[in-house]
Design a protein around this ligand. Sequence first.
Ligand SMILES: Nc1ncnc2c1ncn2[C@@H]1O[C@H](COP(=O)(O)OP(=O)(O)O)[C@@H](O)[C@H]1O
Ligand SMILES: [Mg+2]
Length: 174
Amino acid sequence: MPEFAVEMRGIVKRFPGVVANDGIDFALDRGEIHGLLGENGAGKTVLMSTLYGLYRPDAGEILINGKPESNYGPATAIKLGIGMVHQHFMLVPRLTVAENIMLGQEPVRSGLFIDRDTAVRRIEEFSNQYGLPVDPVARVEQLPVGEQQRVEIIKALYRGADTLILDEPTAVLT
Ligand SMILES: Nc1ncnc2c1ncn2[C@@H]1O[C@H](COP(=O)(O)OP(=O)(O)O)[C@@H](O)[C@H]1O
Ligand SMILES: [Mg+2]
């Protein structure tokens, strides 16, 4: 087992007129929970979005399970088990919980039809396993924001995330 699940070394990310991340080192061991503190504009979201593959750093490297990842993007991050719940949720309000979670991941029956029952069952399994109650057939637009957040978390877990990034997870809660 490599020492760290995730390691970021010397991460630099510049935008026109601002250095958002200036040589950041971050390491995450298995089973750890880290809280990233800093005032507005400190660079927390940019650093975590970089770990999720949304930004390509101008310098530095990212290692997942001890392995340096050169061509790092969102698809790679998801494949390597990184999941992110954004501060502003990315759910489709008109779709159901199950449809949102399955989006792009639909289990297919006989190569053509989406197997909704399988998806609902798997969502219920995750929901019970992690103690995150959600109603798979409810429309997301009808849910309170706390339950929408649980949907986002289950969606990330459903995609196989074993490192979960939550951006400002308490800001939206009442
Ligand atoms: N996509 C972007 N384009 C240009 N500047 C950005 C972008 N995203 C963030 N920034 C800038 O980078 C800095 C860090 O932002 P951010 O990581 O969002 O801070 P926070 O710690 O509040 O999450 C800020 O100055 C912000 O304005
Ligand atoms: Mg932020």
